[in-house]
Design a binder for this molecule. Sequence first.
Ligand code: AMP
Length: 527
Amino acid sequence: MAKMIGIDLGTTNSCVAFMENGRATVIPSAEGERTTPSIVAFTKNGERLVGQAAKRQAVTNADRTFSSVKREMGSDKVYRVEGRSYRPQELSAMILRKLKADAERYIGETVSDAVITVPAYFTDAQRQATRDAGVIAGLNVLRIINEPTSAALAYGFDKMENRKIMVYDLGGGTFDVSILEIGHDMIEVLATAGNNHLGGDDFDLCVVGFLLDVFKKEHGMDLSKDPMAMQRLNEAAERAKIELSSAQTAVVNLPFLAQTSKGPLHLETTLSRKRFDELTSHLVDATRGPVQQAMEDAGVSAGDIDRVLLVGGSTRIPAVQAAVRSMMGKEPSRDINPDECVAMGACLQGGVLTGAVNSLLLIDVTPLSLGIETMGDVFAQIIPRNTPLPCHHSQVFTTAANFQTSVEINVLQGERGTASGNKSLGKFRLDGIRRALRGIPQIEVTFTIDTNGIVQVSARDLGTGRSQEITITGSGNMSQAEIEQAMHDAEMYAEADRRKRAEEARYSRKGADAAENRSDDDGAMDA
Ligand code: AMP
């Protein structure tokens, strides 16, 4: 039987897990790491690199290397490389394809099904784009689930009835906080809040700023415009930050960082945890607002929260842990590796869906309110945000003008009172309404959101029974034909890669084994 995997498709790193002997187990990448950088690159000789291999050559091939693609999911953004353009979901699909290939190599069996996680407040278009990325990668996406829900599952919190927990997730590029309620056989997300432009990368930038200042004071030279030096400073900053999570000081030593007519210049300095905390305190403080917002939306106070769960690599920063402790008045749980628990939970959810794990029902919420436009630019809310999924709400509307025989339904998502202040997800028209004075026809508009957060809207004239409906796929998303084309392309590349490796193996002294190893090192695409 083909295997199922759980995937945490992260902004900076991704992680994949599978069920082994009834337990969620993280699958190491072909490079031997437990997470894979979410980076894709195209080399000048036409090769595609994914993960560690793409990260390693990022500086020398900057304009053909793409990271943080997750931020663009569901948008119209197009990445161009040598006359070809790629949508965010196509680049994400390349990451998913590598995770799938690594999983197949590790398990020794074909992988077909997957559960993929998304930030709790991803919009419908972003969720749909994530699902499309899975399909392009050749995966049967069983479900898209929210990352905090997934983390709670990994912790086995589904076993604690009538408890409320907070998931505080600070990753490389995003911050999410969620309040979950655990009931009998179910986890309900009561509220979510966050900032999708706050994460470990911002902490790195603060350290880079510090290092640039040290260098400038010492040598009177500004390195901020030197890409090669900046890449080295970035890497050193992240290393120092990670060191400071367990040590009080970190030494940064970067020889030959710049070249002058008088010879090479070096950087050597020490950063203390105290100074690091000062440099980054505004970032830690920026997580307080969303924490308060989530508690307010859920109608709870810190004292009502039974457990606080830390997720994301950046929660290893001691000052972050201290801030959570002081905000919540309790010691946060961090028994499971914070980089891995989301993928593990996704895998457990997959286990539930395929019957490998005993029944457990998950309820997520709508991240933003949904409704339609009515006369005078008014947003008529039909489903308020944080409504548990799946849900089904109807409301009756009428015509704005006498003898109006058709209405346009503009489906909106957002929190503003005006229609124009919110995002339009799509429009459709209901024709054939019986001629009548305005205010007489009754048009029932129904919103249905499934467990994946995919929205369907229908309008029915109660007088004639005529109805019309749309499934929202988001304006920035791909059509079915485009997805099929992208799947076809992805398979073609996988086949080309396979042929290339086979070719290389024939010419390799060590034969097929050597070729297999080399392809692992490159992180090149594989099927
Ligand atoms: P994630 O998106 O959960 O993989 O988190 C990645 C972020 O966590 C990156 O910014 C890493 O630099 C950061 N990170 C990983 N380990 C540590 C650590 N020990 N201390 C501080 N930050 C870390």
